[in-house]
Design a protein around this ligand. Structure first.
Ligand code: ADP
Ligand code: ADP
Length: 234
C-alpha cells in the first residue's frame, strides 16, 4: 500500500541563465513501512525530489499523493497536517544553535501548540530513544556530529510522523558514526513503523539499510527495484 506517490512530477527553477529542469516526469511509489533509497550523482535532482515530497518545494507539474490524497488539492490546513506527518533530517543537522538539546526537540511541538509540559515529556522520551537523555541541557556546539544528528532525529520524530525524509543525513559523518546512525534509522523503521526515505550519493548507505532503491540520473528515474536485484554483482 503506497504512502507516497509521485505522479508525473516535474520541477523547474528559473535562473538568470534560463530555466533549469531539476525533475522531469518522475513517477514513483513509496510503500508504507519500507526503507526507500534514492541514489544519484550530485546535481541529479535528489534533494529537490525529497523537498517536493513534503512541499518544501512546490512542483511545477504533476502531483504528490500522500496516503492517496493530492497535496496540491489540500487546503492549507490539511497541507500543514500532512507536513507534520513527514519529519526531515539534513546533512548539516540544522539544529538551532541558541537552544539546548531539549529545546531543539521541543521546537516542532511548540509550533504545533502542544503544552510545555507535554512537549518536555515527549522530547525526553525521544532523547532516551536516541541515547542522549543525559545531554538534554547541552548546546549543539558541545556535541559530536553523530550526537547532533541524533538530536535532529529526535526533533524530526517529535510530531509523530509517518515518514522520515533523510537528505544526505550521514554524508558529514565518519564511517563508524554513519553505521550507528543508519542502525538507529533501521530501529525507528522497525520498532515505530515509520517509513524512511533515504537520499544519498553513497551506495554503501543504500546497501546497509534500504529495501528498495530508485536511481536518479539527470532529473529522471533511471531504475527502480529491490536493492538486492539492482546492486547484485555479476
Ligand atoms: P542533488 O540533490 O541530486 O545534488 P538538487 O536537487 O540539489 O540535486 O539539484 C538538481 C538541479 O537543480 C541542479 O542542477 C541544481 O543546480 C538545480 N537547483 C536546485 N535548487 C535550485 C534552486 N533553488 N534554484 C535554481 N536551481 C536549483
Ligand atoms: P559520535 O560517534 O559522533 O559520538 P554516535 O552516533 O556514534 O556519535 O553516538 C552518539 C551518542 O549516542 C554516543 O554517546 C553513544 O554512546 C550513544 N549511542 C550510540 N548508539 C546508541 C544506541 N543504539 N542507543 C543508545 N545510545 C547510543
Amino acid at each position: 500500500e503506497p504512502i507516497i506517490q509521485l505522479v508525473g512530477l516535474g520541477k523547474e527553477f528559473q535562473t538568470s541563465n534560463g530555466p533549469i529542469k531539476a525533475l522531469d516526469d518522475i513517477n514513483l511509489s513509496i510503500e508504507r513501512g519500507e526503507i526507500f533509497g534514492i541514489i544519484g550523482l550530485s546535481g541529479a535532482g535528489k534533494s529537490t525530489l525529497v523537498r517536493c515530497i513534503n512541499y518544501l518545494e512546490v512542483p511545477t507539474s504533476g502531483d504528490v499523493l500522500f496516503e492517496n490524497q493530492s497535496l496540491s488539492a489540500m487546503s492549507s490546513r490539511q497541507q500543514r497536517l500532512a507536513r507534520q506527518s513527514m519529519g526531515m533530517i539534513f546533512q548539516q543537522f540544522n539544529l538551532l544553535a541558541q537552544r539546548n538539546v531539549l529545546q531543539n526537540v521541543c521546537f516542532p511541538l511548540e509550533i504545533a501548540n502542544v503544552s510545555k509540559k507535554e512537549a518536555v515529556e515527549r522530547a525526553m522520551e525521544l532523547l532516551e530513544l536516541v541515547g542522549l537523555k543525559e545531554r538534554a541541557k547541552a548546546y549543539p556546539s558541545q556535541l559530536s556530529g553523530g550526537q547532533k544528528q541524533r538530536v535532529a532525529i529526535a526533533r524530526a520524530l517529535a510530531t509523530n510522523p509517518k515518514i522520515l525524509l533523510c537528505d544526505e543525513a550521514t554524508s558529514a559523518l565518519d564511517p563508524n558514526t554513519t553505521k550507528s546512525i543508519l542502525g538507529l534509522l533501521k530501529e525507528i523503521n522497525k520498532n515505530m513503523g515509520v517509513t524512511v526515505v533515504v537520499i544519498t550519493h553513497e551506495m554503501t548507505v543504500i546497501e546497509a539499510i534500504c529495501d528498495r532503491v530508485a536511481i536518479i540520473d539527470q532529473s529522471h528515474i533511471a531504475e527502480v527495484g529491490c536493492v538486492t536485484d539492482i546492486f547484485s554483482g555479476p
